[in-house]
Design a protein around this ligand. Structure first.
Ligand SMILES: Nc1ncnc2c1ncn2[C@@H]1O[C@H](COP(=O)(O)OP(=O)(O)O)[C@@H](O)[C@H]1O
Ligand SMILES: [Mg+2]
Length: 200
């Protein structure tokens, strides 16, 4: 197995499953939590993330296929997406993909799925298809406020990561969002929350 990334919560390895390239996401122990609580949290989060992947897929969002979930080992084995993260490939010349991103977020929100950690590191591009990953902070919610915060998190990371694509790139995200049934109410709420974050 080859370690390909290590985040705050998990280690990610490239491996094989049934002869296919696979990605193993393993939630690692946190030393500062007591062992029982740590075990419980990692199991719950592993399960919750796998469920969110499945929900997203049921809504028509491309996500890696889940091959196996092991609550004891706190592991998810999933399809390996052979392509770059959007973060590393998004340029002026393929800016139009931003509209597609907005459309996919609208689909998620229409199904009351809130991703929780939208960034261009958590979206991958395979051929011309976008794949959403990293549902560890995902939840189901029908609230405009939750959807607004989901978008605002994305806007803030998008602005910081893709400075040269502003404001065009972000406007395309919004255009895509509205074109697929994303609600104006959510965007208004996002502006309100943004104001609150900025001035208070
Ligand atoms: N299914 C996958 N196929 C290929 N690479 C992946 C896959 N899932 C994650 N990765 C890679 O691992 C990185 C971290 O994975 P992620 O699930 O976002 O974990 P973290 O919670 O640590 O951010 C991603 O940015 C991506 O580069
Ligand atoms: Mg991530």
């Amino acid at each position: 197995m080859k370690l390909i990334a290590q985040g705050a919560e998990a280690k990610l390895f490239k491996t094989k499953f049934d002869g296919k390239d696979a990605l193993l996401k393993q939630r690692v122990p946190k030393g500062y939590r007591c062992r029982e609580l740590d075990e419980m949290l990692r199991s719950t989060r592993t399960n919750a993330e796998a469920n969110m992947f499945r929900k997203a897929r049921a809504l028509g969002i491309n996500t890696p296929t889940i091959f196996e979930v092991d609550k004891k080992k706190k592991e998810i084995v999933m399809e390996f997406i052979n392509g770059p993260r959007l973060k590393d490939t998004l340029k002026k010349k393929n800016l139009a993909v931003c509209k597609q991103v907005g459309q996919m977020i609208a689909l998620m929100h229409a199904g009351n799925l809130v991703h929780g950690d939208l960034t261009t590191s958590n979206i991958m591009l395979k051929n011309k298809d976008l794949f959403f990953i990293d549902f560890g902070l995902g939840k189901t919610s029908a609230k405009a406020e939750d959807k607004a915060v989901d978008l605002l998190v994305f806007k803030k990371t998008f602005e910081a990561t893709h400075v040269e694509l502003m404001p065009k790139g972000w406007n395309q995200v919004l255009e895509g969002y509205l074109s697929k049934g994303g609600k104006k109410e959510v965007l208004k709420q996002m502006e309100k929350v943004e104001g609150r974050v900025r001035y208070h």
